[in-house]
Design a protein around this ligand. Structure first.
Ligand code: NDP
Ligand code: GDR
Length: 373
């Protein structure tokens, strides 16, 4: 029997990699996309299947995690074997500006899905994956963090995800549902949203290298994160739903770097030797040397990075470092791509795009480029 999987958040970074993986494994994949005034399916356009041909294995529904009747109808039509709840207002800084919406989507949205499964009598058939997060640890109580580390969320996003985490546990305990939390640490890729820190850096520095923008404005560059690659992490999301018993797992690399280090790597990948000077909001990044031909628009002495107080958060998560031992021992999962390799891949992709924009500009076909993040 062909397995059916429903993915909320299929148009996002993880949703796109997971959809690819499940199609490769022979699944029928159903995705929920939001109605938007312009197209928002760029990350999955390469796997799009025409609904007019036979044997279509990727099918899309319009929907929203704030809409119970919509979710219930979709689940009743599909009767999925697996539901991956990846949909979320996923930006921590934005959650301080839109806390109520974030709670509606990230917390109550998860409840709506679980309740739809139960209401339809599918709680013994449908397996449920919840996209939980290392942000639950927030103000960390121990280093590194594992499945037993206490939580202390530090943002409306993390508090909403805490509710969703416990709802998932509750439906498992109360109704015997196969429901799992993947407590995933930061994971990135060339498909990462443009306003998360890694992508903001690789895209911003690439644009600067090609003369499309003069300067990158950053927040707390001393934050420490455990960064992995999204491709490695979606493999684990699928593995978690293939066990005999449902369990929660930490997914991380076990290695930590600072935002500052990531900036230096990206600069290096673009042939820029960067030096930091000053302190706090007066800190700047100055070009020392340029090598190769990837950064024709910068010269030694240029200030290409400044700290901007607007990118600091009301409450910060200063440090995160995961302990993925359980995933390694029980599921044999090991991440294959290091943060350094991932940075190089992201720079290569963003540099290609920046070069294309620069060429367009040269030929009078200028496209808008924004570094807002
Ligand atoms: P993205 O922000 O790239 O994708 C989020 C997805 O959710 C998009 O498809 C978005 O749609 C969709 N979405 C947003 N609001 C709604 C809504 N109201 N109803 C339905 N769908 C909605 O996130 P990632 O792919 O990076 O992350 C996937 C999940 O994993 C998220 O839940 C995130 O919180 C969580 N997570 C992510 C980590 C990471 O480091 N990437 C780490 C730990 C957890 P649209 O394209 O229209 O905006
Ligand atoms: P995070 O990711 O908040 O960890 O949440 P993000 O990349 O946004 O920030 C990481 C760290 O970098 C610092 N930072 C900046 N961040 C952004 N976005 N922009 C800046 O200019 C900037 N300067 C410094 C931040 O303060 C922070 O410390 C991500 C999301 O994917 C969540 O959905 C997910 O749950 C967690 O990772 C695990």
């Amino acid at each position: 029997m062909t397995k059916r999987a429903l993915i909320t958040g299929i148009t996002g970074q993880d949703g796109s990699y997971l959809a690819e993986l499940l199609l490769e494994k022979g699944y029928e994949v159903y995705g929920i996309k939001r109605r938007a005034s312009s197209l928002n399916t760029q990350r999955i356009d390469h796997i799009y299947q025409d609904p007019h041909v036979d044997h279509q294995r990727l099918k899309m529904y319009y929907g929203d995690l704030t809409d119970s009747s919509n979710l219930t109808r979709i689940i009743s039509e599909i009767e999925p074997d697996e539901v991956y709840n990846l949909g979320a207002q996923s930006h921590v800084a934005v959650s301080f500006e839109a806390p109520e919406y974030t709670a509606d989507v990230d917390a109550i949205g998860t409840l709506r899905l679980l309740e739809a499964i139960r209401f339809l009598g599918l709680e013994r058939k449908t397996r449920f994956y919840q996209a939980s997060t290392s942000e639950l640890y927030g103000l960390v109580q121990e280093i590194p963090q594992n499945e037993n580390t206490p939580f202390h969320p530090r943002s409306p996003y993390a508090v909403a995800k805490l509710y969703a985490y416990w709802m998932c546990v509750n439906y498992r305990e109360a109704y015997g549902m196969y429901a799992c939390n993947g407590i995933l640490f930061n994971h990135e890729s060339p498909r990462r949203g443009e306003t998360f820190v890694t992508r903001k850096i690789t895209r911003g520095l690439s644009n600067i290298a090609m003369g499309l923008e003069p300067c990158l404005y950053m927040g707390n560059i001393d934050a420490l994160r455990d960064w992995g690659h999204a491709r490695d992490y979606v493999r684990m999301q699928w593995m978690m739903l293939q066990q005999d018993e449902p369990e929660d797992f930490v997914i991380a690399t076990g290695v930590q770097h600072s935002v500052r280090q990531f900036i230096l790597w990206a600069a290096e990948d673009l042939g820029i030797a960067l030096r930091f000077e000053g302190k706090g909001v007066d800190e700047i990044g100055i070009v020392d040397e340029v090598s190769g031909n990837r950064a024709p628009a910068v010269s030694p002495g240029d200030v290409i990075l400044r700290i901007d107080a607007r990118y600091f958060r009301p409450a910060e998560v200063e440090t995160l470092l995961g302990d993925p031992s359980k995933a390694k021992q029980k599921l044999g999962w090991v991440p294959e791509i290091t943060a350094r390799e991932m940075c190089a891949e992201m720079c290569a992709e963003d540099h290609k795009t920046a070069r294309r924009h620069a060429l367009n500009k040269e030929h009078g076909l200028e496209l808008p480029v924004s570094l807002e993040g």
